[in-house]
Design a protein around this ligand. Sequence first.
Ligand SMILES: [Zn+2]
Length: 393
Amino acid sequence: MPVLRVPYTDPLPLPRIIPPSAKSTDGAIAALLEFLAPSLPRPSVPQSSISSKLATCAKGAEHHGKTLLLTGAGISVASGLADYRGANGTYTLNKTYRPIYFNEFCENHEARKRYWARSFLGWTTLDRARPNKAHRACGELGRLGVVGHVITQNVDSFHPAAHSHLPTTELHGYLRSLVCLTCRNEYPRRSFQEHLARLNPTWAAFLEEMLASGALDTENPDERRKKGLKANPDGDVHVPDAPYTTFRYPACPVCLATPPPKPGGGVLKMHADADGAWDTSSEGGVLKPAVIMFGESIPAATKVAAEEAVDDARRILVVGSSLATYSAWRLVKRAKERQMPIGILNMGGARGEESFFADVQEGNTGREALRISENAEQVLPEIVRLLRERKRS
Ligand SMILES: [Zn+2]
């Protein structure tokens, strides 16, 4: 069954901290160490001839002991990107914020103009942002043999950038590329941005002006307004003399050069203006960011890769996610059904978390269940430091 990406914006209750000793930061770090301890590789012992024959099996067993990380927007906040739901998140600050839905993007040229105009202004913030200490700590946990895989809901590509040695499944795709809805070719977002600038010179000049004013350094609409970024009541930026209805975006160059075949015979009509902007008379060649939009199904291969990562792990640790999207929540539910210990490190509540912790045993130190409300950027590097110390001794 396909899994749709849908937003979930109801308020969430504050978490019950587990174990209760984890209410302080020191207590939370101690409990998280307890949670991860069973994933620490055992010191190697001299192998007998029988055990060396079983080396292949042992490799598998080692892999099965690892912790799976499932990360969300909270881990990228320290990189300067907004958490949708957090204290300064998009949903809380900008009440008019409404994400575009997949069908709308595919079917509606006006919706695409609006999307690309917003994206044109927003891209620079993402392009300049870098992975932070928490992403790097995830990579170090991989090097220590504690973590074997990362699943992220984030589309900023910070995980693959920070730890290419540790596999990452990007559950909701990635903004670094565009994909053609017709031929499925992918293109880098950065050169697309340059093309958007050439197609929309008034917007490009406005972007330069706003970057210089610092208006794009914040997601807070009030602060933006003070710095000269005017928005209409729908949250669309008002660019003098250039309404977004005149915004132009490029067509897929491959579809333009070689129009793809039509299902019923012949080829798709493809038209662009002299600058390469997509023309409404075209029957294909629409470029979409390579993210899974709301209302879009996660590709089967991604869904399977994420499920396999859950099945291959011994325990799961959620970092910086309120599990607001069903696609992420169901992975934790799957882990629970497989009786894996579940840990959540997230500031504020997580969707349906009571059901994950209903059966916590008295005397749990964090090893069998963990729920802490701390800053990942502080806690994870400290965990890496302590685990390294433990490994040395
Ligand atoms: Zn194409």
